[in-house]
Design a protein around this ligand. Structure first.
Ligand code: SF4
Length: 92
């Protein structure tokens, strides 16, 4: 159902005919780390994330997994290779 409280018109799973069921009846606003993210939208009631009701929780354990402005760094494969086994593998 579309939000009728803070993010008016945005589809939300917490909204029902009885009102907003999220923690106290409304979303928390975007935080400083959300600046530049495409999901942070300006509403008459302030700036909110259109994808999550509590941006602070998304950033609590590191980068937000939904952020559009954070580049993911590829993790290099640091696995050691046994040169003897590698040469046998390449010989096959
Ligand atoms: S997706 Fe993450 S970074 Fe973007 S506005 Fe929402 S909480 Fe903030």
């Amino acid at each position: 159902m579309d939000c009728a409280t803070l993010k008016i018109g945005t589809p939300c799973n917490f909204m029902s005919s009885k009102g907003c069921s999220f923690n106290g009846g409304g979303c928390y606003g975007a935080i400083e780390q959300c600046n530049g993210c495409d999901r942070a939208k300006q509403f008459p009631s302030g700036v909110f994330c259109i994808s999550c009701p509590d941006p602070n929780q998304k950033w609590k354990l590191g980068n937000c997994n939904l952020a559009t402005h954070v580049k993911k760094v590829a993790v290099q494969n640091t696995q050691k290779v046994n040169p003897l086994k590698a040469s046998k593998r390449s010989a096959r």
